[in-house]
Design a protein around this ligand. Structure first.
Ligand code: 1YM
Length: 662
């Protein structure tokens, strides 16, 4: 058993010694109206992310019960009609009558905002950022919700419609078992979509199973009767297995074992699992109370500081580094996968999206713990330490080569007086606001784009030459690459450490490529490049994908009155337009011309403007990086040099693979 479980069992003991606790200590604050009025305030948004949040809230309560030591299994099911059912075999939510509210505690938990008496300190309140308000929020945002509680004697049941109930919690049978089952259907009046994404939920359930070693989550999707899915998520190794999982999905070869260290200080617990591999990427994920801190924070800073220090100290002590040599943070993190998980009594989340852990005292705690334990690991495992040192030294040499290449490139640009690429057709407007650059594959498409654009604010950069697969190359080879350098110069931002978003010369960077396999390839390559060397560009939402149509549907008529053209972006849309255009309002039927565009080059300038470039009529997709880790993973799988994971991935997502990158 690891220290997480020990600690949490203590938390459970506190609750157990206070038998009536559940029914008495719930703070009562307010009803559910505000939740339905402003759902975004409670679950972030009403998009699919908000929808998934409902599931996380209920599952979090079951996880808390498991961490308290009373529950061994959590079942999460997506039932037909996108109904969610979560079942645990814990104590069951308390059913006793609440002293001030005069109704059952379970009813209070599900109908009163901020009802969460169980979180008044003592042990970690590990899950969720909502401090136990989750259940009532889910209830308020569900078309209906039902709770079934087994307390070892009775089976209690209550039904709610949009958070309201007509009947109190009532006994509907007898049982010797204990546990809680919650079933709900998200309210279509609230959410943009009520269709759950299996992969997203699976990923989250798996993550929670890794972060809470020993917990068993059985996740199933029973929506398609012909194709039921079921996964048992149970990892005795916890975050060690998380690291192993990330590495094998990406298909990297390990360097050394997974290193695991953990420690406690006062009421805080921290654990780190890490392993090097043969890739050049760094994948560090941190969590605070099981919540992913995607922007890092004090725990991550503590980890990074300690890692750099220990490797430098070790290198110096054992003669791998000369006195005047120093490995940088980037050097020691190249090819590293690491998970940092801390559990605290109270987390402070900071930043615009609350993705960064504040809690200043956590940095020195993690730093000191890691420094001591990592150093003793290296001392006891000199072979692994040696391999890691060699890897870091290789990274340092590559970084030096890159620096030289960069300086050469800088000198060269200075000499060429920072001239823009010859093929760039720049826009005439001088400011950045509202300007766009289209990056277009192929000279013929480039030609149409130049002819069709609004030259005041639209610039065109045709691409030529051989593309570099940036996944397989370090930064030194990017400088001087004939295909990528014009992009870098045109955007004006520089790359890597030199990147400066303020120097971006256009507001929108639009990748325009064909809808076919080659187009997909160039898109993915460019996105990989942006992801690795211009990440803030994606984070800031400046990168877009143009959507050229696949079909043109047109009436074959000379009569002006009946002329009509539609552009379709899918087979379904094409069929819809065919239906729509084949007869006119006055009943005249037409022969239709349906043209399939094989490439952008087939469209003339006017068509390209009308369908793909005119801001009034076009569709462009903004490239989001809500989950940089996911993009990184896909890019590694699709672009890396291991064939097997790529094959697995493509087989699994064969149908959607063309949309991967957006
Ligand atoms: C499928 C979702 O909610 N399980 C669950 C919730 C609670 C308990 C047990 C529980 C907690 C405590 C004592 C305690 C909750 N209880 C409350 C409150 N599964 C699910 N299982 N007894 C039972 O923390 O002391 C809120 S959630 F507030 F009523 F105690």
């Amino acid at each position: 058993m690891n220290e997480t479980n020990e600690k949490n069992e203590n938390a459970g003991m506190n609750a157990a010694t206070d038998a009536q606790y559940g029914a008495e200590q719930i703070q009562v604050l307010e009803g559910l109206d505000p939740v339905r009025k402003r759902p975004g305030m409670y679950i972030g948004s009403t998009s699919i992310d908000g929808l998934h949040h409902l599931v996380y809230e209920i599952v979090d309560n079951a996880i808390d019960e498991a961490l308290a030591g009373y529950c061994t299994e959590i079942k999460v099911e997506i039932l037909p009609d996108n109904i969610i059912r979560v079942t645990d075999n814990g104590r069951g939510i308390p059913t006793g009558i609440h002293p001030t509210e005069g109704i059952s505690a379970a009813t209070v938990v599900y109908t009163v905002l901020h009802a969460g008496g169980k979180f008044g300190g003592g042990g970690y309140k590990v899950s969720g950022g909502l401090h136990g308000v989750g259940a009532s929020v889910v209830n308020a945002l569900s078309e209906w919700l039902e709770i079934t509680v087994k307390d070892g004697q009775n089976i209690h049941f209550q039904h709610f419609d949009r958070g309201e109930y007509k009947e109190q919690l009532k006994v509907i049978g007898q049982t010797e078992e204990t546990g809680t089952m919650v079933t709900f259907k998200a309210d279509a009046e609230i959410f943009e979509t009520t269709v759950y994404d299996y992969e997203t939920l699976l990923k989250r359930m798996r993550e929670q199973a890794f972060l809470n070693a020993g917990i068993r989550i059985v996740f199933s999707d029973l929506r398609d009767e012909a194709d039921p899915k079921r996964e048992v998520l149970h990892y005795e190794g916890g975050i060690r297995e998380f690291v192993e999982h990330i590495r094998s999905v990406r298909g990297h070869e390990p360097i050394g074992d997974v290193i695991y260290v953990s420690g406690t200080q006062d009421d805080s617990f921290a654990e780190v699992a890490m392993q090097y591999n043969d890739s050049y990427n760094e994948c560090i994920m941190s969590f605070a109370n099981n919540i992913h801190t995607k922007d890092g924070g004090s725990h991550e800073t503590g980890f990074k500081n300690a890692l750099t220090k220990v490797i430098n100290d070790y290198g110096r002590r054992f003669g791998k580094l000369k006195e005047n040599e120093k490995l940088s943070g980037d050097d020691v993190r190249e090819g590293l996968i690491a998970i940092i998980s801390v559990k605290l009594t109270e987390c402070e989340f900071e930043g615009q999206t609350k993705g960064r852990l504040g809690n200043p005292q956590v940095r020195p705690f993690v730093e000191k713990m890691l420094q001591e334990k990592l150093m003793s690991y290296f001392e006891m495992n000199p072979a692994v330490a040696g391999e890691i040192m060699d890897k870091c030294l290789a990274a340092r040499r590559a970084r030096e080569a890159a620096k030289n290449a960069r300086e050469t490139a800088r000198r060269k640009t200075a000499m060429e007086s920072a001239s823009l690429p010859g093929k760039l057709a720049d826009c005439s407007e001088h400011g950045v606001a509202n300007t766009e650059i289209y990056i277009v594959e192929g000279d013929s498409a480039g030609g149409s784009a130049k002819g069709g654009r609004d030259r005041r604010y639209q610039a065109i950069l045709p691409l030529w030459g051989k593309m570099l697969n940036v996944e397989k190359a370090r930064i030194d080879r990017v400088y001087g690459n004939e295909k990528l350098m014009p992009v870098v110069t045109a955007l004006g931002t520089g790359i890597g450490e030199d990147f400066n978003l303020e120097k971006l010369r256009y507001e929108k960077v639009i990748i325009m490529a064909d809808a076919d396999v080659d187009g997909c390839h160039i898109r993915t390559l460019l996105l990989t490049f942006f992801f690795r060397y211009m990440k803030p560009l994606i984070e800031n939402g400046n990168v877009y994908i143009a959507q050229p149509p696949l079909f043109k549907v047109e009436r074959d008529t000379k009569a002006k009155k009946y002329e009509a053209v539609r552009y379709a972006f899918s087979d379904e849309e094409r069929d819809r337009y065919i239906e729509e255009l084949k007869t006119s309002e006055d009943g005249k039927t037409f022969k239709l011309l349906v043209q399939r565009y094989k490439g952008l080059g087939e469209m003339d300038s006017d068509q390209l403007w009308e369908t793909t470039m005119n801001p009034e009529t076009r569709t462009i997709l903004r490239v989001k990086m809500e989950d940089a880790i996911k993009a990184d993973e896909i890019i590694s799988i699709l672009m890396g040099d291991k064939v097997l994971p790529r094959k697995d991935y493509i087989e699994k997502y064969a149908k959607t693979v063309s949309n991967l990158d957006i």
